[in-house]
Write a protein that binds this ligand. Structure first.
Ligand SMILES: [Zn+2]
Length: 91
């Protein structure tokens, strides 16, 4: 299951869809904590199950973004892939 976004604040875009703002973490729908171990109930993070967490390390936050900070531990957790899965296999 792909990771979704949990964020400290929210705003609504032009189409009326809730979007994350403030501090952003990765969260797996169905769990009660972020990938870096924050309890959603205690940290008052809002859940965005419709927003996939797909922020890369090279993503640049512009002034137009409502997102102020992306959790580096959640970024690292969502990038983790076993290296042996990358082995090239000839067809
Ligand atoms: Zn996090």
């Amino acid at each position: 299951m792909p990771a979704a976004v949990a964020a400290s604040s929210q705003w609504t875009d032009d189409t009326g869809v809730r979007q994350p703002g403030g501090e952003v973490h990765a969260w797996l729908p169905g769990q009660n904590q972020t990938l870096c171990g924050l309890a959603l109930s205690r940290s008052a993070l809002r859940r965005f199950p419709h927003v996939p967490f797909d922020f890369g390390a090279t993503d640049v936050l512009t002034a137009a973004d409502r997102i102020g900070w992306i959790c580096p531990r959640c970024q690292a957790a969502t990038r983790e892939r076993p290296r042996r899965d990358r082995t090239f296999r000839r067809p």
